[in-house]
Design a protein around this ligand. Structure first.
Ligand code: ADP
Length: 361
């Protein structure tokens, strides 16, 4: 018993202490003389006199029960506030029934758990606060912005070609700026809302159907750029269809947007099995590519490599990363500058044809 690091007590049938190990004497600052033969409730100024503990201990011998992880939180006069887990069971020794009581000090662990709970709670609150702030700001800014856009439109209709050339150019720039700001607000809202599902959550999407929807949404961009988007058979996946739409749409738009001059943009979407229960999707393009040093940081919000020469908010990849990580997956890019890029992401898969261990259902 003395080699065990947990404090141990052996009690007889009347709950008097028969013996204790070294760890018990050390941790509770008591000596063997003040311990042996004493009723457990009377030990150290009756600090173990806890009715619920007494009831449980009294049942161990008559009913041969095992007491498991009974939590005691107590302010001990000498050693201070402690949280302990008590475990007790019957012990037969030299024809006598005894109780072996093991005491595990979990004070530090409890502190840590309480701190962690507190921290998680605070983090959740702050996250919620931030999401709400982004939403309110997004909505509230939209109203004045659409008023500005409306008036600029009227000015353009009434006065284009009637005042000097500078005036037409300034109006054109105002139209562009209001459009950029509207895009930014809508992306900010999307970013803040990642993971919020309106209506009942359906964490099931058929990637081929979703891709069809995406191609429908992107028809004007595809036509304007003469882009060619192809795909292999795609699986059903365990994420909500809106999130998958955002994911594929952002990556395909980028593949078209960051095209090489004089090349028909060619985007190909493919999927295969990854680690257990996950599928690895790839969206490849033949665009301008991305230098090695930028391949990680383009996923951070507002990180743009091609600044002003191409439209964009710098939030598309941040949104995709947030979605993928929410589902326990990863996203990364491989690229050959001047030749093209392949964006890879992993998400939970439902399709047995894409899994090495087909699911039972
Ligand atoms: P945005 O496209 O609005 O700028 P994103 O977050 O979608 O924002 O992309 C961040 C940056 O990563 C882009 O500005 C661009 O420089 C680079 N990038 C993204 N996708 C591609 C791609 N397929 N090919 C080359 N560069 C890309």
């Amino acid at each position: 018993m003395d080699t065990v690091r947990e404090p141990l007590l052996v009690l007889d049938g009347t709950l008097r202490i028969r013996s204790a190990n070294r760890s018990f004497f050390e941790q509770f600052h008591v000596s063997p003389e003040h311990t042996q033969g004493i009723l457990i409730y009377e030990l150290g100024n009756r600090q173990w006199d806890i009715p619920a503990l007494r009831k449980l201990l009294e049942e161990v011998l008559p009913h041969n029960t095992v007491m498991t992880d009974f939590l005691v939180e107590h302010d001990f006069p000498v050693i201070g506030q402690k949280a302990m887990l008590l475990n007790a069971r019957k012990l037969r020794y030299e024809e006598e029934d005894l109780i072996l009581l093991a005491i595990e000090d979990i004070t530090d662990r409890r502190h840590f758990e309480i701190e962690q709970e507190h921290f998680m709670h605070e983090l959740a609150n702050r996250n919620e606060g931030l999401a709400q702030f982004a939403q309110v700001a997004g909505h509230d800014l939209r109203t004045p912005l659409s008023a500005i856009a409306g008036f600029v439109h009227i000015l353009q209709r009434r006065y284009t070609g009637q005042l000097d050339a500078g005036f037409d150019e300034f109006l054109g720039r105002m139209v562009e700026s209001t459009k950029s700001m509207a895009d930014l607000l809508s992306d900010l809202l999307q970013y803040a809302q990642v993971g919020e599902v309106s209506g009942p959550a359906t964490h099931k999407a058929n990637a081929e159907q979703v891709l069809d929807t995406v191609l429908g949404n992107l028809q004007p961009v595809i036509n304007a750029n003469n882009a060619v988007v192809t795909h292999d058979p795609l699986p059903s996946v365990s994420i909500d269809p809106t999130s998958l739409t955002q994911l594929l749409q952002n990556l395909i738009v980028n593949g078209i947007q960051y095209r090489r001059a004089g090349e028909v943009p060619r985007i190909h979407v493919s999927a295969r099995q990854d680690r257990e229960d996950f599928c690895l999707f790839s969206v490849s393009d033949n665009g301008i590519g991305i230098q090695a040093e930028h391949r990680k940081n383009i996923f951070a919000p507002f990180r743009r490599l091609h600044g002003d020469e191409r439209p964009g908010t710098g939030l598309g990849l941040a949104i995709t990363q947030r979605i993928v990580e929410r589902y326990g997956g990863d996203i990364w890019v491989e690229s050959q500058p001047g030749k093209g890029s392949v964006f890879y992401f992993t998400i939970p898969c439902l399709d047995s044809a894409f899994l090495s261990h087909p699911s039972v259902d």
